[in-house]
Design a protein around this ligand. Structure first.
Ligand SMILES: O=c1ccn([C@H]2C[C@H](O)[C@@H](COP(=O)(O)OP(=O)(O)OP(=O)(O)O)O2)c(=O)[nH]1
Ligand SMILES: [Mg+2]
Length: 152
């Protein structure tokens, strides 16, 4: 599904030395987000930094949200993941898209201006309209969880 999403460019770098986010392939679920930096940043092991993207989006539709997810290559090979593990962008947020970047690895990592540091995925959202009850209709699982069904 495709949907028009309003996007504001907040930095002169975007569209010049830093490209606008695009889907890398026809089937890509995520748009890579680039670090909108003047100069490279070295992220020491264990350090977290908040990276600007130079972009804001206004999703507007409450039945949509965006998530910011790590890139698998950066996360697996270099230990560069997100300080908040997953970022959630509310449909009414209009500020700059920010990426909390965490070096969970053992070696320093340099983030270059324009580097693709994370990816943005738009998702459908269902808002709960709570119906207060005192009993649920019984299920086989009931309250069992946290390994209740075993491992094999
Ligand atoms: O990785 C992220 C996570 C969030 N945000 C922005 C968009 C989101 O809509 C807003 C608030 O995020 P969230 O609700 O996760 O943070 P909070 O700590 O609950 O802040 P708030 O009290 O503003 O909701 O911050 C980002 O730019 N990047
Ligand atoms: Mg919040």
């Amino acid at each position: 599904m495709k949907q028009a999403i309003q996007l504001k460019i907040l930095s002169d770098k975007i569209g010049n030395e830093i490209p606008l986010p695009t889907y890398a392939t026809e089937g890509s679920a995520g748009l890579d987000l680039r670090a909108c930096l003047d100069k490279a940043i070295e992220l020491a092991p264990g350090e977290t930094t908040l990276l600007p993207t130079g972009l804001s989006i206004y999703i507007q539709d409450p039945n949509l949200a965006a998530t910011i997810l790590p890139r698998s290559g950066l996360g697996h090979k270099h230990g560069i993941v997100l300080g908040n593990l997953v970022g959630l962008i509310d449909s009414d947020y209009q500020g700059e898209l920010m990426v909390s970047c965490w070096n969970r690895g053992n070696t320093s990592f340099t983030i270059e201006p324009g580097e693709r540091v994370a990816q943005l995925v738009l998702l459908p959202v269902v808002q709960a309209d709570f119906d207060i009850v005192t009993e649920f209709e019984e299920t086989e699982r009931g309250a069992g969880g946290f390994g209740h069904t075993g491992t094999k």
